[in-house]
Design a protein around this ligand. Structure first.
Ligand SMILES: CC(C)(COP(=O)(O)OP(=O)(O)OC[C@H]1O[C@@H](n2cnc3c(N)ncnc32)[C@H](O)[C@@H]1OP(=O)(O)O)[C@@H](O)C(=O)NCCC(=O)NCCS
Length: 215
């Protein structure tokens, strides 16, 4: 429907593998957002809209687009080493690396890495070299909190190989994750559905010690 032509069977298979792999993933930021909205008694559609908003950011579902833009700037496999070191020396973020929960290689990335070798060999040539340097440097700089390849890194190459422009990557993520969001919300609505309301903690000066200036 996007191109007016039937996709090749292998393109459909790459997209299908992607859609299955990303369908659900515990209490990630967008699923949490969906649950918060549902917990207020709002309807399913509103919970999905809340989740889409949370997904969009580059720290979450926007990371595949950001990874593709980053890899387009590298300028070839031979420039990977200098590129990665420059980003890290400037305290920048390497998109497609790191995870709030995982400290090891994301198992979904292992599957996508295999797919991308046939889905997008040009992408793989640069991405695999950048990954090699990134894993080495991230570990050397922060051995106490290892950050490895996450699902979004090779997603970018697989989705591009399936024929999606990078502006559609986050939409593809949402099309997959809506399954997980819905399952979480329906489960939550089916239970006692108490409102999710975390507390915040005041860490400023103790108000009881406040000195009031005399006029
Ligand atoms: C996912 C992410 C938001 C997790 O953040 P986090 O839980 O706060 O990260 P950590 O606790 O491991 O530690 C952050 C530190 O490790 C380093 N770090 C983490 N991810 C990094 C990355 N992708 N590139 C470079 N450095 C990174 C930073 O030096 C950071 O140090 P700082 O506190 O001086 O800024 C973060 O890794 C990130 O921004 N990744 C890139 C975006 C991305 O791919 N998102 C998709 C996630 S599935």
């Amino acid at each position: 429907m996007m191109t007016g032509e039937e996709p090749k069977p292998e393109q459909a298979r790459w997209l299908e593998a992607y859609l299955i792999l990303l369908a659900d993933h515990g209490l990630n930021a967008s699923t949490f957002a969906a649950r918060v909205v549902a917990s207020t008694g709002a309807d399913l559609t509103s919970a999905m809209v809340g989740a889409v908003g949370a997904l969009k950011g580059p720290a979450h579902g926007g990371a595949a687009t950001a990874a593709m833009k980053m890899l387009n700037q590298v300028g070839g496999p031979e420039k990977a080493e200098a590129f990665v070191i420059d980003v890290l020396d400037k305290h920048g973020r390497l998109m497609g690396f790191g995870h709030r929960v995982y400290r090891t290689y994301d198992p979904r990335a292992t599957i996508l890495r295999q797919l991308v070798q046939s889905a997008n060999p040009t992408f793989y040539a640069v991405a695999s070299k950048v990954e090699e340097v990134a894993l080495r440097e991230l570990l050397a700089r922060h051995p106490e909190r290892p950050n490895a390849t996450n699902v979004d890194y090779y997603s970018a190459g697989v989705l591009a190989g399936a024929g999606l422009p990078h502006e559609y990557f986050t939409c593809a993520f949402a099309a997959s994750r809506i399954v997980g969001w819905s399952a979480h919300v329906l489960e939550y609505m089916g239970k006692d559905g108490r409102i999710l309301r975390p507390a915040s903690q005041w860490i400023g000066p103790d108000p009881s010690q406040r000195v009031v200036a005399k006029a």
